[in-house]
Design a protein around this ligand. Structure first.
Ligand code: AMP
Ligand code: ZN
Length: 460
């Protein structure tokens, strides 16, 4: 079984072969930390977390190096800090902590490295110096620009050849540019903006060079996999690639380019500028993280996905089904086994998560229908496969109680106490009435020797 991944550069699904199987490298463009991120921003986080987990499964836990950067130099960050009258680092630290907490709630493992622009400035300045030194970049009016005409493959990744890039179409025009597609590597800072010293004058880097330098610092070029959302193909990744190769540090930049499709809301790309966003920070308060993660994985990562409350409810019910199967087999010790072949085949086929999730249902059915000793094996398979995807990590009892919000919990505990009092007073009619009330709340009460416990019933 071989892992096949769709590569944006060659526009084909290709067998994946890392340059060094004992050191597999992946980089994914991360957030600009100026605000809470929306759930669309977490689609790449969850998708590439699945790939990270799969690579660790295939090559070994310590063989995979995953870097996801943080952009902590940006106009939007400066604006926000000025609005609140606080230092820039207060803003970036606050939203980076929230981002990491929300990613963890969605079951994403911490990447091996999380480089920040502010901590990579020396490497950025050095890379720009190398580009100027070998004629791939030029200084103009206090800026340093990348000379797109110096790179013969410019436009290959996105399929936008230079000659098609007429002024004003997809690129900023400026009189000092040699070609309209040339882009900024270094620029002067405006008043009250942070600035760094450099041989090209005090200033700050452009966005694209940051990633190239962070990749080189964290992982070294070339890398095996470069990922991000589909909106990053042009100009961001096209430019990253051009700089990385032209800096003369490697002939290849990334072996496979992977891009996730958009998460939409009301049939449009979820984005802050359109205002159609659901913040992950709010969602993780309302729903179990695994349900949100499941919702993000029910579609293939390259397809668009529409974010709706039905999608989340459906995801929650799917997990109820799997946790229910685990709960009903709580007396069975799981055998330590590998995930079954049909599941792996789905995942290895360019991360076909919809098919892999469907396999989890087949495993749950098997667990509940197979006889005798087969159950330990079936339970082991279900857990191995689900855990590989970051699911079924909770205790089933906890899962069914965790679905209750605080208000419901308080109400249920109150009713149970009332019912106990009614029973002690031998008021059977009242006790029955309260039990019916609890049933209407979808709560099942179990009377045990040490008192009553309760759980939420599975939804059909
Ligand atoms: P940004 O903060 O806009 O640079 O986005 C961070 C990451 O989220 C990038 O990889 C984007 O491509 C990705 N992204 C942003 N919006 C969406 C969306 N609606 N659906 C999927 N991915 C997105
Ligand atoms: Zn990037």
């Amino acid at each position: 079984m071989t892992l096949a991944l769709y590569d944006t550069m060659t526009r084909k699904k290709r067998d994946f072969a890392p340059r060094d199987p004992s050191r597999v490298t992946m980089y994914v463009c991360g957030p600009t930390v100026y605000n809470f991120a929306h759930i669309g921003n977490f689609r790449p986080v969850v998708v590439f977390d699945v790939l990270f987990r799969l690579l660790r499964h295939l090559y070994g836990r310590h063989a995979v190096l995953y870097a996801a950067n943080v952009t902590d130099v940006d106009d939007k960050i400066n604006r926000k800090a000025a609005e609140e009258g606080v230092p820039i680092s207060t803003i970036t630290d606050r939203y980076l902590s929230a981002y990491n907490a929300d990613a963890a709630a969605l079951g994403a493992l911490r990447p091996t490295f999380q480089p920040r622009v502010t901590e990579t400035m020396d490497a950025i300045v050095k890379m720009i110096g190398d580009l100027v030194g070998n004629g791939s970049a030029y200084a103009a009016e206090g800026h340093v620009l990348f000379d797109t005409q110096s790179f013969k493959d410019y436009g290959k990744l996105s399929g936008h050849p230079l000659e098609d890039m007429i002024a004003g179409a997809r690129v900023d025009v400026a009189p000092y540019k040699r070609h309209p597609a040339d882009f900024v590597l270094w620029k002067p800072s405006k008043e009250n903006e942070p600035e760094w010293e450099s041989p090209f004058g005090p200033g700050r880097p452009g966005w694209h060079i940051e990633c190239s330098a962070m990749i080189e610092e964290a992982l070294g070029l070339p890398i095996d996999i470069h990922g991000g959302g589909i909106d990053l193909v042009f100009p961001h990744h096209e430019n990253e690639l051009a700089q990385g190769v032209c800096a003369g540090h490697a002939t290849e930049y990334a072996h496979a380019w992977m891009h996730n499709g958009f998460l939409n809301m009301a049939e449009e790309k979820m984005s802050k500028s359109l205002g159609n966003v659901a913040l992950a920070h709010d969602l993780v308060e309302k729903y179990p993280g695994e349900a949100l993660r499941w919702a993000l994985l029910v579609g293939h990562y390259r397809a668009q996905l529409e974010w709706t409350s039905e999608l989340i409810d459906q995801a929650k019910r799917s997990l109820d089904r799997l946790y229910g199967a685990l709960r009903r087999s709580s007396g069975v010790a799981a055998e330590p086994v590998d995930p079954p072949e049909a599941f792996m085949t789905a995942l290895l086929d360019d991360l076909n998560t919809p098919a892999a999730l469907a396999e989890l249902f087949a495993m749950a059915t098997k667990l509940e229908t197979v006889a005798g000793g087969g159950r330990a094996h079936a339970k082991g398979e279900l857990l191995a496969a689900a855990n590989l995807l970051g699911f079924l990590t909770a205790d089933p009892e906890f899962w069914f109680q965790g679905g209750a919000d605080e208000d419901l919990k308080a109400k249920v505990e109150g009713l149970i106490a009332e019912r106990l009092a009614a029973r002690q007073a031998k008021d059977w009619a009242a006790a029955d009435r309260i039990r019916d009330e609890l049933a209407a709340l979808n709560v099942e009460v179990m009377d045990g020797p040490t008192g009553a416990t309760w759980r939420l019933k599975e939804q059909a």
